[in-house]
Design a protein around this ligand. Structure first.
Ligand SMILES: C[S@@+](CC[C@H](N)C(=O)[O-])C[C@H]1O[C@@H](n2cnc3c(N)ncnc32)[C@H](O)[C@@H]1O
Length: 470
């Protein structure tokens, strides 16, 4: 028996002996050949709504179920759900075989492909993707150093952690905390209070702000399901004393059982889960930084002298953001895809001062479905400026067959390079589609103006281009 099979077997045996109920129709399988780690597959046909497994709430690896908070309650007083669970997992890991979750820890990942663990050269492959700014390593380090390390130093005997206070040891501990945080990000569920028959989603469904507030828990076996946006066929349901996984549709023998992470762009899939699949390409987004938009408008002479007060007003109306997303649509639809806030900001700043003051007095804003020729031209300029921040063009990316030096024997690095390339290609395609659609809009507006329709604005929009076949 392979070591990984032996660990899977021990894990399943532990679950069965701890009160979990598991349908004989499913199996934990090794999917390493598909680069998907372990996953759950159907051994026999499964019907829609059929029960797959049930995990007692007491088996969830959570702050609530660990004895640590009762030993050092004050340590948990100011910790958020993430840091609390990291502390509990450190403690339970340190207990080794004494921990109730020992067999579970054995099958949790030791290595990660999430962006937090990428080397600088690997991250550089993402080029101008906004996801690079969302990794949050420094912020996480700060939280670990300021909140968790003092607790570990103070309660090292209770925690059973050998923690000599030196830099090398601190670095090892921070790395371990990052690994646990990444495990929580990719595996944990948001555990809502007992509420019979309530449906729960994996954390991907929620905004990260909402995520922050809910208690997190590691739900054994439920987190062994891989995810697929198109082939999602199972979901976890809350019951009073347990959590049950049920089939959402019929599943054939041999098929994999999939959860769903929600509509995440591939860049976020990479950041949070360390993998990508084409199925999530439809959720891809490109993001234009605010400073790119404002720099282009400044260069174009759009930014007026009383800019500060204009921005204060736009900010009070929720239009000023760090970045503006352009999402995928097919065929590309300007209104559907370009962040309305970007269009509103541009059109507002294009207004003559007296017009701007007039709308501000009435707490109004330009409508995002009315784009002027000048506004569309500025949008194109902003988007093409952002495109230049990527160090290669879309055409170069597509033409390039090998992105890694052939001497590289590091499979993981090759895979990261490849995944980064697919992410940046996805973003560049969106930017290209946006520019093409804006070009068509300008042509349409020019014609409209010539034939004497209301000048300057488009409300119906130009005819849409036929869907591009990639
Ligand atoms: C909740 S776990 C699923 C179990 C995991 N495969 C394992 O072996 O522990 C989530 C992780 O599984 C992997 N994963 C999930 N869905 C995947 C898919 N469709 N293809 C490849 N890997 C996937 C990613 O590494 C992700 O971070």
């Amino acid at each position: 028996m392979l070591e990984s099979d032996a660990l899977s077997w021990s894990f399943m045996a532990w679950l069965a002996s701890s009160g979990a109920e598991i349908s004989a129709k499913i199996q934990l399988a090794d999917l390493k050949e598909k680069h998907a780690g372990r996953g759950v597959v159907a051994l026999q046909d499964v019907q829609e709504e059929e029960f797959l497994f049930r995990i007692p709430r007491s088996l969830i690896l959570s702050v609530e179920n660990s004895d640590l908070p009762s030993k050092i309650p004050s340590a948990f007083a100011d910790l958020d759900p993430w840091l609390s669970l990291i502390l509990v997992m450190l403690y339970e890991l340190e207990k080794g075989k004494e921990s109730k979750w020992h067999a579970y820890f054995d099958i949790l990942p030791k290595e990660f492909n999430t962006l937090m663990f990428w080397e600088p050269d690997e991250l550089a492959q993402l080029q101008a993707s906004a996801v690079v700014g969302k990794i949050g390593k420094e912020e996480a380090d700060k939280g670990f150093e300021e909140r968790l390390l003092p607790i570990i130093a103070e309660y090292k005997e209770v925690l059973g952690i050998d923690f000599p206070d030196n830099e090398a040891n601190k670095a090892v501990m921070l790395k371990q905390m990052h690994k646990l945080a990444s495990t929580i990000m990719a595996y944990a569920f948001d555990i809502e209070p007992t509420d019979a028959r309530k449906e729960v989603d994996e954390e991907g469904y929620m905004s990260e702000e909402e995520d922050e507030a809910l208690p997190k828990g590691m739900v054994p076996l439920a987190d062994m399901l891989n995810a697929d946006a198109d082939r999602n066929n199972a979901r976890l349901f809350y019951e009073e004393n347990s959590l049950s996984m049920k089939a959402l549709k019929s599943i054939k023998a041999g098929e994999e059982i999939f959860n769903d992470y929600g509509p995440l762009p591939r860049s976020d899939l990479l950041r949070r889960y360390g993998y990508i699949t084409d199925n999530y390409a439809k959720y891809d987004v490109a993001e234009i930084p605010f400073y790119t938009a404002s720099a282009v408008m400044e260069k174009a002479g759009v930014l007026a002298e009383d800019l500060k007060s204009k921005f204060e007003y736009l900010e009070s109306q929720g239009v000023v953001e760090d970045g503006y997303t352009i999402s995928t649509s097919s065929p590309f639809d300007i209104q559907e895809s370009i962040a309305p806030e970007l269009i509103i900001m541009i059109e507002a700043l294009l207004l003559p001062d007296h017009e701007f003051d007039r709308i501000a007095d009435r707490e109004k804003l330009p409508k995002p479905d009315k784009i002027s020729i000048k506004g569309a031209q500025l949008l194109i300029e902003i988007i093409t400026t952002h495109m230049k921040d990527y160090t290669t063009t879309l055409e170069e990316d597509i033409a390039e067959k090998t992105v890694v030096p052939l001497t590289s024997s590091d499979v993981s690095r090759e895979r990261r390079y490849m995944m980064a390339k697919l992410v940046r290609i996805g973003e560049k395609k969106i930017l290209r589609d946006a520019v093409e659609a804006l070009d068509r809009l300008i042509e349409h507006l020019v014609v409209q103006n010539k034939v004497g329709k209301k000048p300057g604005h488009d409300s119906a929009g130009p005819p849409k281009k036929r869907q591009r076949v990639e």
